[in-house]
Design a protein around this ligand. Structure first.
Ligand code: ANZ
Ligand code: ZN
Length: 828
């Protein structure tokens, strides 16, 4: 007997698929049913790893499934090939980042091919190709012209190790996301995208994604934008013409303000102490130095010891005219709200901690119920615990007795009347810093002219190509390496012709990935970034598959740029990804795999050992896709065994193709059609592991039918084998293709439409009806459960056992309880 040989099967079908190119989607008519299935494209930083193996297996399941349902499926692939990892690796090895990058792309391509991912290779993109990044430059200029790209001087997160600016999102617990170095602050003139203009829409449009995205990811997006509602309140300052404005979410606590706090690094702080005594000024300078060492997260930590100093100045509370000392501290952030707060220690924990540290007064202004059976509310000044303050207002003059919900609008109206405040919103979200002082990225298409300022590179001169890296110091300290490319950087001003300089920064690679899903639609066009009609046809993406580590950054930027493109009239939708599948991680012995831990499972090694099919089945079968997979607990060898069993069935079938399944064994047919009926909903709700289990079951019952049932020649066996092949194609494309060929059909099985479930086969097949004559059982017959009373009576009367029992007797009455009983009363 021929044995299941996965590696021979792989070799055979790879060659045939290369010739057929079955997954190219060039000429799909606009009215064909379509799906766009996309995996987050990989960084080419080495070969594919087990994380890729999982994500791309799951994405491919969806792509192949929809093809099997008769859809045209766009399933493209590309590489996110600019960026720091590639550049650092290249520096380490002393070779050109370009060379290193494209070598890795080749390696990953080879692995993808072996993994049988069903991509449309004709649409392959690399973000580091000028054919791609020229459209980053186009996008930048579109945004520049709309006022959505601008430069400003600002303190930026600086990685002293990578010598580059980092976006807030790239700082994790105060450290560089890439290399782990402690991040410091530095002032630089930088390019920004004005994502804050879209803050409300980035929150509000999340409601469009409630069906397709995990609620966890939705709330991460919401929190990142961090919208809050409150009021701006103006406080006069003694001896200063300019008042201070503060942002508060609790204007109802205004009467409880007992001091003010200004962020130590806000300009206002320096200004306030400028006229203080020499000692205060000295103390302030020392303090400021200390503050600069901490990042925003540390500064706001509730368990951080409160530090600060008195500025020597006072503010006036607008509601009661009280004098409030103005303090300076780091727990207030310079770039949130107005960089200053009114402190309400009774009802805000950080303010209370500060008040206790510096012996400042505490005044309760919102009634609170005693908790846990206590007799009375404990004074926060004593307990050290701020009161939540959701009750009625007290100690608040004419507002006493109002609830929180009543008082907030009442106080805001009162302030507004007196010109001292108004309702306001605030966001945690900051504009997107896109400048990078690195080589391996998209050059910013701006020319700086002494006379004309920032001049866009004319569209006809795009792309601004990245100069060769040779001769450039890729590790130039604190400045972009491109600045030293004399021939490249010195150009005439496009407007006035005078000597001018190119901008030497490159773009954050999150710009590249913010719109790449649209580039696939016109991957080979040198006329447009993407064709508007193709976008209408294919986009938004129906299934986007990728790691939850991108739940904030990449998705937020892609959502933002999609809205920008919508407003510019290029796309007719506002959200790029209708449904999002965030796969879990592949772990080893309960922990993350890594070289340093010595628990790294290499994708290539597993591929050699078990083959693509067994790996893919393992990935799908291990757990629901959102859960982590522990590679120590799964069995690719078991998956291979299952595939061998399924494949063997296709070899054993003896009926010719085209034999009529209707004549086949009903029990087996029922199993087959139950699978066909259940699988779509299971796959569409990402229960891939259940579908694999069902295929294993179907394989087993088919084997039993061959060995100890109606036998290999029953048409129902052929039907089951055909369904196994078409369905297995989504998990195990090589084995499925070979099975399909064994069953006598031409390749590729991947484009064969799944058989529809026959509803008549889905009901319980039969029940046993009992026929009695004068209360004595005379016969038993299997009948359809939905048999009619008349049919059942007719069958009963025709039964030999019943006929014998009646003999010459006279029927007086027939009682039919379909489908289970017929009782016939006779007179002898
Ligand atoms: C008085 C008050 C009383 C406050 C109270 C809270 C509770 P979110 O929801 O995050 O927007 N705040 C304002 N600007 C700040 C800054 N630059 N740095 C640190 N804290 C700042 O938080 C808004 C609240 O955070 C504001 O409301 C303010 O404290 C504080 F019982 O004002 B609140
Ligand atoms: Zn000029």
């Amino acid at each position: 007997d021929e044995k299941y040989d996965f590696s021979a099967i792989q070799d055979r079908w790879l060659g045939i698929w290369d010739k057929l190119a079955p997954f190219n989607t060039a000429d799909v008519p606009a009215d064909a049913p379509r799906k766009y299935v996309l995996d987050m494209f990989p960084y080419p930083s080495g070969d594919l790893h087990m994380g890729h193996a999982e994500a791309f297996a799951l994405g491919d399941v969806l792509a192949r499934y929809w093809r099997g349902q008769g859809f045209s499926v766009l399933h493209p692939i590309g590489w996110d090939s600019f960026g720091l990892p590639a550049e650092n690796a290249a520096i380490k090895r002393g070779i050109d980042p370009r060379e290193w990058t494209y070598q890795n792309i080749e390696q990953q391509k080879t692995s993808f091919r072996r993994y049988a991912t069903s991509f449309d290779w004709s649409r392959e993109i690399h973000t580091s190709d000028p054919e791609y990044y020229r459209w980053n430059q186009w996008l930048f200029l579109e945004m520049f012209n709309k006022g959505l790209a601008y430069r400003k001087d600002s303190p930026v997160n600086w990685c002293p190790n990578d010598q580059t600016v980092l976006a807030n999102e790239q700082v994790v617990d105060g450290r560089c996301e890439r290399c782990g170095a402690l991040v410091t602050k530095k002032k630089l003139n930088q390019w920004y995208f004005k994502i804050t203009d879209y803050a409300d829409r980035l929150v509000d449009d999340l409601s469009l994604l409630e069906e397709g995205w995990q609620s966890k990811v939705l709330s991460m997006q919401r929190n990142w934008v961090g919208r809050s509602n409150g009021a701006d309140v103006t406080f006069e300052i003694e001896g200063r013409a300019e008042p201070i404005t503060v942002y508060t979410t609790r204007p109802d606590t205004l009467f409880g303000a007992t001091f003010m706090v200004v962020a130590a690094d806000a300009d206002l702080a320096a200004e306030l102490v400028a006229e203080a005594d020499a000692e205060t000024r000295m103390k302030f300078q020392d303090y400021l130095e200390e503050v600069k060492k901490a990042n925003d997260i540390e500064r706001q930590a509730t368990d951080r010891e409160k530090t600060g100093l008195f500025s020597g100045r006072y503010a006036i509370n607008p509601v009661n005219g009280e004098k409030l000392p103005i303090w300076i501290s780091d727990y207030v952030l310079a770039d949130y709200g107005h960089g200053a707060i009114m402190a309400v220690p009774a009802h805000d924990q950080r303010d209370l901690d500060f008040a206790k540290a510096f012996d400042l007064p505490v005044r309760i202004v919102v009634e609170t119920e005693p908790v846990d059976g206590a007799d009375a509310v404990v004074d926060p000044a004593e307990s050290g615990i701020a009161l939540p303050g959701a009750g009625k207002m007290i100690n608040s003059g004419k507002f006493d007795g109002l609830t929180k919900a009543e008082s907030i609008p009442a106080i805001i109206a009162d302030l507004e009347e007196r010109g001292l405040g108004h309702a306001s919103k605030n966001y945690r979200l900051r504009d997107w810093l896109i400048s990078r002082q690195r080589y391996w990225g998209t050059p910013i298409p701006i020319i700086h002219c002494g006379d004309c300022g920032e001049v866009p590179v004319p569209a006809s001169e795009l792309p601004v190509r990245l100069p060769e890296s040779e001769g450039l110091d890729l590790q130039a300290k604190g400045a972009s390496p491109l600045g030293a490319a004399e021939d490249w950087v010195n150009v005439p001003c496009p407007t006035c012709g005078k000597p001018a300089k190119r901008d030497s920064d490159t773009m954050d690679t999150f710009v590249d990935s913010s719109w790449y899903f649209l580039r696939f639609l016109s991957a080979n066009s040198d006329e447009v970034a993407f064709d508007v009609n193709e976008a209408k046809k294919w986009a938004p993406v129906d299934h986007y598959v990728g790691g939850v580590e991108h739940a904030i950054l990449h998705l937020l930027y892609a959502r933002f740029i999609t809205k920008v493109l919508h407003d510019l009239g290029y796309v007719d939708f506002v959200e790029p990804f209708t449904a999002l599948l965030n796969q879990g991680m592949v772990l080893m012995d309960g922990s993350k795999m890594s070289k340093s831990k010595g628990n790294l499972v290499e994708f290539a090694g597993e591929l050699d050992a078990y083959g693509a099919d067994a790996l893919r089945v393992t990935m799908a079968f291990a757990s629901p896709p959102e859960d982590d997979i522990d590679w120590a607990d799964v069995s690719p060898a078991g998956a291979a065994k299952f595939l061998a069993r399924a494949w063997r069935i296709s070899k054993d079938v003896t009926t010719p193709s085209g034999s009529i399944a209707d004549d086949g064994d009903r029990a087996l047919r029922r199993e087959t059609h139950r699978f066909l009926a259940d699988a779509p909903a299971l796959i569409e709700s990402y229960k891939f592991n259940v579908v694999v289990a069902r295929l294993m079951e179907l394989t087993n019952v088919t084997r039993r039918a061959i060995d100890s049932g109606p036998g290999a020649g029953d048409p129902a066996v052929r039907e089951a084998a055909e369904v196994l092949a078409t369905a297995l194609n989504i998990f195990a494309p090589f084995a499925a293709e070979d099975m399909w060929s064994n069953l006598g059909f031409p390749a590729p099985v991947a484009l064969v439409r799944w058989k529809d479930a026959d509803p008549s086969l889905l009901v319980a097949d039969s029940v046993t009806a009992v026929f009695q004559v004068n209360g004595k059982v005379r016969d038993r017959v299997d009948v359809a459960p939905d048999i009619s009373a008349a049919d059942l009576e007719a069958i009963a009367l025709a039964s030999d056992g019943v006929k014998r029992a009646i003999g010459e007797g006279q029927i007086v009455k027939v009682i039919v309880r379909e489908p289970k009983l017929v009782n016939i009363a006779i007179k002898a």
